[in-house]
Design a protein around this ligand. Structure first.
Ligand code: NDP
Length: 414
């Protein structure tokens, strides 16, 4: 039984709050805090919980003294950070000052530079270790589940992993001319950045969205164009998966999304540096965010599915068996050490997610793993002193929890 403080009342915060409320045997008390307390109250009002209402609070998560005051008042066992990547470091500072464990779903990013890296948060490792505290980084879907999928493949199916392709497909349609499925500012910064992948011990850079191919997605989704991008889990997986030769990340985009993005870029609307306009400084991308649909408003409109997973090649362990959920040839077990290609994925339905927690599948696939990561920490299934990425822990309890809490997975050799 534990008390949690969730910071950030956006799309992901809503799902984490709902999912924690569904597991009262672990999360006995839930406090939701954010910059705009009204949004916390709106989420709290959606949840009828026999063990007591969701409490709410206001906080500026870039202000460490405010955070410390809040944490000292709430006295949580864990802080779940689902605000924005800009707030990771102040929240980690406040956790260190108050002696509380920490979890997030996205790595730190400075506001004035479209660059993300684990290095800033890995630098906290010794301080967390010395304080006997644990910080779990990137407990969303990608990063998050994709890291656990890779650890699962290495533990159960491969004696060595050579190539990893993480493939993220949103085959949903919200019917809007242009909208992003999560925070528009973070999303557009990520998509317009240069591509980057890991090969033979080096990082290779590509022009934004310049490398693409077709991938045939399972369960009725069919062939879609996927684009190579840089994504944060590549940095930690390249460090933690021994001997990996190549790691890449791919995402689907519709032609319509790319057409709008190109125009917005060409006219300067995706710039992140301030522009003087009528006597005030405005950041074009932040102004664009104010014009675009709130991702939360897409929930009731979005139909279709997401499919996120890992294609892995390497040397299959003798006798490796895919579990009962597997499909495809070779699912039953390898005969000996042999080169093999494997796919593990989750399919999530936007409308089913909305029926359950009033959010579309992008927020759902992030919020469920955040709750599961918290559960791993609070039940002691995953413990350690320091700063950790998801692939550093035993994947088995997490993979089992995915099946129980709404994100079942399928694995296949092909
Ligand atoms: P939203 O923009 O919907 O929500 C962010 C929330 O954080 C808002 O409620 C916002 O408050 C709050 N916030 C922003 N700044 C502050 C601040 N200074 N102090 C307190 N609260 C603040 O984003 P999402 O819910 O879509 O995303 C949340 C996180 O999840 C992001 O870090 C995102 O990168 C990550 N993510 C991770 C994924 C994964 O698979 N790992 C996938 C998708 C997202 P306000 O309402 O006042 O603006």
């Amino acid at each position: 039984m534990a008390d949690v403080l969730i910071i950030g009342a956006g799309g992901v915060g809503q799902v984490v709050t709902h999912k924690c409320a569904q597991v009262p045997e672990v999360f006995s008390r839930i406090v939701l805090a954010s910059r705009t307390e009204e949004k916390c109250k709106r989420i709290a009002a959606q949840i009828d919980r026999p063990t007591g209402p969701i409490e709410t609070a206001q906080v500026d998560a870039e202000n460490v003294p405010q955070l410390v005051e809040l944490i000292e008042r709430v006295k949580p066992d864990l802080v779940i950070n689902v605000a924005l990547p800009y707030q990771d470091l102040p929240i980690m500072d406040a956790c260190l000052e108050t002696g509380v464990d920490y979890l997030d779903t996205a790595n730190y990013e400075p506001k004035d530079e479209a660059k993300f890296s684990y290095s800033w948060q890995w630098d906290y490792h010794q301080r967390f270790a010395d304080a006997g505290l644990m910080a779990l980084l990137g407990s969303g879907f990608d990063p998050g589940v994709t890291n656990v999928f890779t650890a699962h493949a290495l533990k159960h199916h491969f004696s060595s992993i050579e190539e990893l392709d993480i493939i993220d497909c949103n085959a949903g349609d919200h019917g809007q001319p242009f909208a992003t499925n999560f925070n528009p500012e973070i999303n557009i910064r990520e998509v317009t950045a240069k591509g980057r992948y890991f090969e033979d011990g080096q990082w290779v850079e590509t022009e934004p969205l310049s490398v693409s191919r077709e991938f045939d997605f399972p369960e009725g989704i069919g062939p879609r164009k996927i684009y190579l991008m840089y994504h944060e889990e590549l940095e930690s997986l390249a460090r933690h998966i021994p001997g990996i030769k190549r790691a890449r990340f791919w995402m689907t985009f519709s032609d319509n999304y790319l057409k709008h993005l190109e125009v917005l870029q060409n006219v300067g609307m995706t710039r992140i540096d301030p522009v003087r306009f009528q006597g005030v400084d405005i950041v074009p991308l932040q102004f664009l965010k104010a014009l675009l649909p709130d991702p939360g408003s897409l929930g009731p409109l979005t139909k279709g599915k997401t499919c996120i997973g890992c294609v892995i090649t390497g040397t299959r362990r003798a006798g490796s068996k895919a579990d009962g959920r597997s499909s495809g040839k070779g699912g039953g077990g390898g005969n000996g050490e042999e080169p093999s290609r494997y796919y593990v994925y989750n399919i999530c339905d936007h409308e089913a997610a909305y029926r359950e927690v009033q959010s579309q599948a992008i927020s759902y696939t992030t919020g469920v793993p955040a709750m599961i990561g918290a559960m791993m920490m609070l039940t002691g299934a995953w413990r350690g002193a320091g700063v950790f990425n998801m692939e550093q822990f035993d994947p088995d309890p997490f993979m089992a929890a995915l099946n129980r809490h709404g994100l079942p997975w399928t694995e296949t050799f092909f």
